[in-house]
Design a protein around this ligand. Structure first.
Ligand SMILES: Cc1cc2nc3c(=O)[nH]c(=O)nc-3n(C[C@H](O)[C@H](O)[C@H](O)COP(=O)(O)OP(=O)(O)OC[C@H]3O[C@@H](n4cnc5c(N)ncnc54)[C@H](O)[C@@H]3O)c2cc1C
Ligand code: SF4
Length: 341
């Protein structure tokens, strides 16, 4: 039986594993963490329809029941000889396969790199990922300093569209995440005042404009076009937000109880994988596809395929669709390989 190794057990990897199993391939997933699901396992409810993230992850986990999953390991060495890919793992074990699918995803921008925004300096500055954790905890929305917030500011484009941190790209999903989270906060705390400070609103997909419309009409979220310059803390631990209202052309200052930084997606975590597999990677850390128009799932090296956010920011349906596309390409590749033996 031909075998495919999948590097990364996030939603792209799990979806591909299920599809490959159904086509009759043996599948091994190599996941560096001890829990499957990747980043989605850290989210609470998902835009656009508020589906619980846990439900999506469990459904995909069920899909992988016929795959071998090696957890807590990564590939440190790769060699290809004829049709055989040989991978040495971090524990010295060796895995062989006929094709490799890389689904190593993204990592969140480390918000502390934007020192002027105050993350890990002021208690009441948190990230969108921290807020997801707060939602999942079921303990309600309480600031790290123990107060029910009355005024909350969401800051868009943190670590994205920012030359200073070497991330020129738009992370695509953080506008929708901000709108979703702002509505959830307002739903839980109807008396609160909620602000979204954005550069542009990129509500790119079907249903997303509806979410934005509801955020304004049903939840009364205030959208302000402006870029944050800095935060500071006042004597009572509240956060002073300084930005420029770029529509009104005036500087703006407001004091809030909680600041939520919409951290973007970074490709940097893929650098090691690109080195080990000797495949091309862009300056932004995302892996390069063979053709950005017609072949997003083929890497620069034959027999090594790509899917999901390791090639750039994507939402869940785009990730799943790409995982399926990669399976189809792997199937064609392996059939050709077998025919030529
Ligand atoms: C704050 C936030 C909220 C979001 N909310 C939504 C939402 O509500 N709706 C929506 O449609 N999308 C949402 N998204 C987007 C969604 O998270 C992505 O589409 C999804 O995570 C992409 O899955 P993936 O499998 O490509 O990558 P990942 O989720 O990053 O998974 C990659 C996996 O590979 C593993 N890995 C990495 N490197 C290695 C290695 N070297 N060896 C082995 N394993 C490795 C990782 O541990 C991880 O398990 C959100 C994104 C963010 C940032
Ligand atoms: S999706 Fe929105 S918040 Fe995220 S980087 Fe793009 S414009 Fe900024």
């Amino acid at each position: 039986m031909q075998k495919v190794a999948i590097i990364g057990g996030g939603i792209a990897g799990m979806e591909a594993a299920g599809q490959l199993n159904r086509l009759g391939y043996e599948v091994v997933i190599i996941e560096k963490n001890n829990v499957p699901g990747g980043n989605v396992a850290n989210w609470d409810r998902l835009f656009p329809h508020q589906r619980p993230a846990g439900e999506v992850v469990r459904t995909l986990e069920h899909e992988t029941e016929n795959a071998t999953i090696i957890k807590g390991k990564t590939v440190i060495n790769f060699e290809k000889s004829g049709n055989i890919c040989r991978m040495e793992l971090s524990d010295g074990k060796v895995v062989t396969a006929n094709a490799v699918l890389i689904t190593t995803g993204f990592r969140l921008f480390p918000a502390e790199k934007k020192e002027e925004y105050g993350y890990k300096i002021y208690d009441n500055v948190i990230t969108s990922a921290d807020l997801e954790k707060m939602f999942s905890s079921g303990k309600g929305i309480v600031t790290p300093s123990g107060k029910i917030p009355e005024k909350i500011a969401f800051i868009h484009c943190v670590g994205s569209r920012d030359e200073k941190v070497n991330n020129r790209h738009c992370s695509k999903v953080c506008c929708a995440t901000a709108v979703k989270q702002a509505c959830e906060v307002k739903e839980a705390l109807p008396e609160s005042e909620v602000f979204c400070l954005y550069m542009d609103l990129r509500m790119f997909d079907r249903h997303y404009e509806t979410m934005y419309h509801e955020a304004q009409t049903k939840f009364g979220i205030n959208f302000i076009r402006g870029r944050l310059s800095e935060t500071s803390e006042d004597n009572s631990g509240r956060i002073v937000v300084k930005c420029e209202d770029t529509l009104a052309g005036k500087p703006l200052k407001m004091t809030v109880d909680l600041v939520v930084l919409m951290v973007g997606m970074e490709g940097e975590g893929n650098r090691k994988i690109a080195e080990v597999f000797k495949i091309q990677m862009g300056k932004d850390g995302f892996l390069d596809a063979a053709d950005d128009y017609l072949n997003m799932t083929q890497s620069s090296r034959e027999g090594i395929f790509l899917a999901g956010t390791c090639t750039g920011p994507k939402n869940i349906p785009e990730t799943i669709a790409e995982a399926r596309a990669a399976v189809s390409d792997i199937h064609v590749f392996l059939n050709r390989q077998q025919a030529s033996v």
